[in-house]
Write a new protein. Structure first.
Length: 263
């Protein structure tokens, strides 16, 4: 395709192309914003929603901060009422709490925990729970539970992750109390991050308006080319050098013969 010829055609139909730019821009804008006239005045509202996310981090540990001890000392009886029952170490190996973290991560999304959460009303967003892993040790699981929440706004994501975290902690504590587990023998869920600052995890896509703009502008370009073929502009004949071909100074032999015969 001759680019210079195309540009000349587009310039010839410049008003048509200007209209095409206006139409393409308007339709592209309509794919992003919705116009409503509910209260008389036009009101714009986005057609695409933004998804926000927030998260919390919970450490699965024991009373007494065992991860701060270089040596795990101490023992507790298996049955305080029967000294002959034997004793067990008071502090577990922190790595052994990984299995408990895996179990509690599943418990966080269970119907029992959701029932505790919904006592304050429906959640404004959704959440999921998983165990954090260590890239330095072949992605081995850690005794850390991450709760990730998403919502249609920053406040919704923050509220969802906060309530999901509190719901898990409240349910575990209630079960420990109901089953008579002594405080020094309980698993402790210690929030390290209650709710991280919300961030946008899915923004509005610009691909749709760009595609609409490009398609409409292409259609107007094709229309200009069709009109050019239907109504071609008459151009002077050009010679080899690109200049106007001069009129001959002398008559050609065929022309002289025609003149003689006419006489």
């Amino acid at each position: 395709m001759d680019l210079r010829l195309l540009l000349r055609v587009l310039w010839r139909f410049k008003y048509l192309m200007a209209l095409g730019i206006i139409v393409a821009g308007g339709l592209a804008f309509m794919t992003v914003e919705r116009v409503s006239f509910g209260s008389g005045a036009p009101k714009l509202s986005p057609r695409q929603s933004v998804t926000w996310g927030s998260s919390s981090l919970i450490l699965v540990t024991q009373p007494g901060f065992p991860i701060g001890r270089s040596v795990r000392t101490g023992a507790v009886p298996l049955d305080p009422s029967s000294p002959q029952a034997g004793v067990v170490p008071k502090y577990q190996d922190p790595s052994s709490l990984t299995g408990t973290a895996l179990l509690y991560a599943q418990l966080a999304t269970s119907d029992q925990v959701r029932a505790v959460i919904n006592q304050q009303g429906p959640l404004p967003g959704t959440y999921a729970a998983n165990v954090e892993t260590s890239p330095a040790i072949n992605n081995s699981p850690l005794p850390l539970i991450a709760i990730n929440a998403v919502g249609p706004s920053a406040a919704a994501a923050t509220d969802t992750v906060r309530r999901a975290t509190e719901g898990l902690l409240d349910y575990v504590t209630a079960q420990q109390v109901a089953n008579g587990i002594a405080p020094d023998l309980r698993i402790v869920l210690q929030p390290l991050v209650k709710s991280a600052p919300p961030t946008i995890v899915k923004g509005r896509s610009i691909m749709r308006p760009l595609a609409v703009f490009a398609v409409i502008l292409t259609l107007f370009t094709i229309l200009a080319c069709v009109l050019e073929n239907l109504r071609p502009r008459v151009r002077p004949k050009l010679g080899l050098a690109g200049a106007h071909e001069p009129e001959p100074q002398y008559s050609r032999p065929a022309e002289l013969a025609e003149t003689s015969s006419a006489r």
